[in-house]
Design a protein around this ligand. Structure first.
Ligand SMILES: [Zn+2]
Ligand SMILES: [Zn+2]
Length: 253
């Protein structure tokens, strides 16, 4: 398959984005790597960041408007789900954006609710509650880095994957399809759990659930889907059985 879309790129304007990830530098690298569509997805992690974040969007839009390369850019966000019923992004601000990624597992942030019991099963269930909450918002394009526990306080990410109830996962895939909400495949991360993601993609097809591709690049080295730490993102996507037909296409111009 072609890895020619990347919905999940952080510029230097994200607090964790590196200084080299400027919009012109990202655009030049994506053109070199043959990526045709890119989404700028800087973070909004709290509702209090609203005004600051609107400034980030305005600056990203101005720089995107001045580009003359061949990669098409959209300006969106990666917004944090704070609890199953609460998102850092509100509906009015979502309407100002071209797309919205929502992270349902930013458990390392102080502002994010964690399950009261610190077990793999509790994190698995809480994460699915967060995803169902994201689906009910009505404005989410895709869930960033779903299902894998990124920041578990001593919790084993593989055990979380094994802890999902098949019944609840099916409900989540069906609900997401009804809400037109996709799930991100982050090729570098999916490579840690090939078999699990292969099964997920097969089940998702039965419900019409779609996927987006995202690098989650915070630095220029990670832009463009180049092999990283001996992991080739194209080979990983093929090994989990992802095809172009599983992908949510970028919105029409
Ligand atoms: Zn994230
Ligand atoms: Zn991210």
């Amino acid at each position: 398959m072609r890895l020619d879309q990347d919905w999940h790129i952080h510029t230097h304007r994200s607090k964790c984005g590196k200084p080299d990830n400027t919009v012109p530098a990202i655009a030049a690298k994506l053109d070199r790597c043959g990526v045709k569509f890119a989404g700028l997805a800087d973070h909004i992690d709290t509702q209090e960041q609203r005004d600051w974040f609107m400034g980030v969007v305005a600056e990203n839009r101005a720089e995107v408007g001045a580009l003359d390369g061949s990669c098409r850019f959209l300006v969106g966000t990666e917004a944090t789900m704070l609890a199953p019923g609460r998102c850092a992004l509100d509906a009015a601000l979502a309407r100002e954006l071209d797309f919205v990624l929502v992270a349902c597992n930013h458990y390392h942030l102080d502002c994010v609710e964690n399950p009261s019991t610190k077990t793999a099963e509790a994190y698995a269930n809480h994460h699915l509650d967060m995803i169902l909450g994201a689906a009910s918002l009505g404005f989410v394009t895709s869930v960033s880095h779903p299902f894998t526990l990124l920041y578990g306080d001593g919790i084993d990410a593989d055990e979380v994957l094994r802890s999902y109830s098949e019944e609840r996962l099916t409900e989540v895939l069906r609900t997401a399809a009804e809400a037109d909400m996709a799930f991100e495949i982050s090729p570098y991360r999916a490579g840690n759990a090939h078999a699990w993601f292969r099964d997920l993609i097969q089940e998702a097809r039965r419900h019409g659930t779609r996927f987006t591709l995202g690098s989650d690049a915070h630095t220029l080295d990670h832009v463009g889907y180049e092999p990283r730490d001996d992991r080739d993102p194209r080979a990983i996507c093929e090994s989990i059985g992802l095809t172009d037909d599983d992908l949510r296409p970028p919105p029409a111009v």
